[in-house]
Design a protein around this ligand. Structure first.
Ligand SMILES: *[C@@H]1O[C@H](CO)[C@@H](O)[C@H](O)[C@H]1NC(C)=O
Ligand SMILES: *[C@@H]1O[C@H](CO)[C@@H](O)[C@H](O)[C@H]1NC(C)=O
Ligand SMILES: *[C@@H]1O[C@H](CO)[C@@H](O)[C@H](O)[C@H]1NC(C)=O
Ligand SMILES: *[C@@H]1O[C@H](CO)[C@@H](O)[C@H](O)[C@H]1NC(C)=O
Ligand SMILES: *[C@@H]1O[C@H](CO)[C@@H](O)[C@H](O)[C@H]1NC(C)=O
Length: 365
């Protein structure tokens, strides 16, 4: 059984100064705690509706022994440092694939709550359901569903002009989880799904819980994991979207600290990565590392460690700040039946020390 224990009600930060509480007062490479999300959660998606509004979409809300998907959408207003509820999505969804294009939010599949078998704590399965949020009407409407066989959550998402690209992802997260190589795209102008040329249609190895995005004409897929939480990867894959027939390339420069369940944001020519889970060296299993990758020089740099290390969150960059709302404070699956973990082939061995347990409800230090 996988136990999901703690969620952070934390909010954002980035490149900020700890002594002030306004995003506008930020200084480089410092962290600032902003107004917490009213409803704590993890495994959500975060997008920027415009220069002043951030949307936190879906995710998992943990209450006592239950970890269920939420349909909640909450907006954060940067100038006033305040939150408000938005129109809920049609049903609870976690690990949603989401992007904002031209001020509208596209939610393209994700995972939903499946029926629980005895002894199961979670059973999340992929949905093809896709929806559009229009702020003018504050409503969600249905989009063409993900094509059968491509349904998944936890994909790495990139936007290039009017096209949303989705790389990797997973179809199931219970005692077992998979890890897909699938890459496809959604045309927001035509409202239809795009099948990519064969060389572009699969990343070199399955990834979920990774990060990345588009810089210039290239789509980057950074870090993530191949199957379970401990099987973290530090790869950087890239695809030239203007020459998709050339296929995916793997950068020779890996992340200094490979991480899955990380959050990322793009500022200029850099991909910023934060936190994650699968750290065998911390009691929580959560990474505190912040590292950025310069796509021009292909060099990684270390940044200031996260003030509150988290995983299972999603970040968005606006201007030169990266906002990171919510997330988990403890690795999901850290308190585990190790047999369940070792079912997955080629998983890195989990140390077999005594099982540790953590309080059911976390408070932030
Ligand atoms: C926002 O939604 C949450 C969850 O449904 C609810 O508990 C809360 O009261 C709502 N907040 C407001 C201001 O309506
Ligand atoms: C951003 O979007 C929000 C929500 O629709 C809206 O209230 C706000 O006025 C917009 N801000 C700008 C600068 O367009
Ligand atoms: C996709 O699968 C669903 C459920 O199995 C089925 O009802 C639907 O007809 C399929 N759609 C297409 C286009 O094959
Ligand atoms: C997206 O759809 C528009 C409208 O149908 C079309 O003109 C455009 O070529 C499509 N883009 C891609 C990359 O398929
Ligand atoms: C971040 O984690 C590393 C390795 O676990 C540790 O050495 C370092 O002290 C941590 N940083 C902070 C600010 O706690």
């Amino acid at each position: 059984m996988i136990a999901y224990l703690k969620v952070a009600s934390i909010a954002l930060l980035a490149l900020l100064d700890l002594t002030v509480a306004r995003p506008s007062d930020c200084r480089p490479n410092t962290w600032l705690n902003l107004k917490p999300i009213p409803v704590p959660r993890q495994e959500h998606s975060t997008v920027a509706l415009n220069e002043t509004t951030i949307a936190v979409i879906g995710g998992v809300h943990i209450e006592g022994a239950s970890a269920s998907s939420t349909d909640l959408v909450q907006f954060y207003d940067i100038p006033s440092d305040t939150w408000r509820n938005g129109t809920s999505i049609p049903y609870g969804i976690n690990h949603p694939n989401a992007a904002a294009v031209n001020g509208r939010i596209y939610l393209l599949g994700g995972l939903t709550d499946g029926a629980l078998s005895p002894g199961e704590y979670i059973n999340w399965v992929a949905t093809t359901g896709s929806f559009l949020y229009d702020p003018a009407t504050e409503t969600w409407s249905e989009l063409a569903p993900m094509p059968n066989g491509t349904e998944r959550g936890s994909a790495i998402v990139g936007v290039h002009n009017d096209i949303i690209y989705l790389a990797g992802g997973m179809t199931v997260l219970q005692n077992y989880q998979d890890s897909l190589t699938t890459v496809n795209a959604f045309n927001t102008t035509s409202g239809s799904w795009i099948r990519l040329p064969p060389a572009a249609a699969n990343i070199p190895e399955g990834r979920q819980h990774g990060t990345g995005g588009v810089i210039g004409n290239k789509f980057y897929v950074v870090g993530g994991r191949w199957f379970g939480q401990m099987n973290v990867r530090g790869t950087v894959y890239e695809l030239d979207l203007t020459n998709q027939e050339a296929g995916w390339k793997t950068s020779p420069f890996h992340m200094p600290v490979p991480r899955g369940g990380l959050a990322g944001g793009i500022v200029g020519e850099r991909i910023y990565t934060f936190g994650g889970e699968g750290d065998p060296n911390t009691i929580t299993g959560v990474f505190n590392q912040s590292e950025s990758y310069d796509v021009k020089s292909r060099r990684w740099s270390e940044l200031k460690d996260m003030a509150v290390p988290r995983h299972g969150t999603s970040a968005v960059a606006i201007g030169n700040k990266v906002y990171i709302p919510g997330g988990g404070l403890q690795q999901d699956g850290k308190v585990v039946d190790y047999n369940a973990i070792s079912q997955i082939g080629s998983m890195r061995t989990v140390s077999s020390g005594p099982m540790k347990s953590w309080p059911q409800s976390g408070r932030l230090a």
